[in-house]
Write a protein of this length. Structure first.
Length: 69
């Protein structure tokens, strides 16, 4: 039986070094695919860099992407 993934889950994906934060909505994840963001350390500050402690900012940024898809 396949595990159901939910938005906000952190998973390990084969052949990907870093853990991945599931960013896609639960209804999308039912397709067997996800949209995710790698969780990396020592990253360079950029517009796409959000510290993991700022989970509200992460979900707001992700939600704005899905509003246009």
């Amino acid at each position: 039986m396949k595990e159901t993934l939910h938005q906000g889950d952190i998973v390990k994906i084969e052949r990907v070094k870093s853990p991945v934060l599931v960013t896609s909505k639960d209804f999308f994840n039912q397709t067997g695919e996800i949209i995710g963001c790698p969780i990396i350390q020592n990253s360079v500050a950029s517009p796409l860099h959000i510290p993991m402690a700022d989970i509200i900012n992460i979900t707001d940024a992700i939600q704005s992407i899905f509003d246009y898809v």
